[in-house]
Design a protein around this ligand. Sequence first.
Ligand code: CA
Length: 229
Amino acid sequence: MKTKLLLVEDEERLGVVLRTFFEKKNFSVDIVKDGEDAIFQAENTKPDVILLDWMLPNMSGIEICRQIRTSKSIKKTPIIFLTAKGEQEDKLKGLDVGADDYVTKPFSQLELLARVNALLRRSNPSNLDDELSYKKTLIMNLKTHRVKREGTYVKLNPKEFDLLKLFLQNPGKVFSRDQLLDKVWGNINVEHRTVDVHIRRLRKNININGTKDLIRTVRSSGYSLDIIK
Ligand code: CA
């Protein structure tokens, strides 16, 4: 699904440039040129992020921002101010009325994109947090506890699941058996052999149909999620 971006900008040329740029980056872009339209449009289309010009006819960006933050349906929408005003005081004013970030004109499109993406990650961590994956060959859903290897569901027992989760959160990092016992079992008084048994079963369960072995045994050290080059 495309990310919905609402651009509130009265400068037509800049609007066209940003629309072209963000559409290439797989955003859908709506442009409005004044405040009332901005609030109306935002409430109707529920954008994922709003880029808001500071100086606008009729209603200032500050006022628009304030109104968005008090609107029940859209108050949490991430907002980035676009402005020619680089003064510290203005920046603070913008953040004060609830903007999330601030970009000063002229800005680079790539910088703006980076800020937008950072904001989207911050504002909607749940989508990203629900899933862990490795190079698309292995996908773990943390909500449903389902794991897929090459598109096929595999069954893991709870400890295997926790082991795999730890590996996916730290690709390439080598964990000693003691560390695995501590992190997965919460107890280092369990025998090392227990780890080996679970790793063996985990391997068997995720390395299906001749797929590459994703668990690396590091001799005399422990185990890690193998990094595929
Ligand atoms: Ca303007």
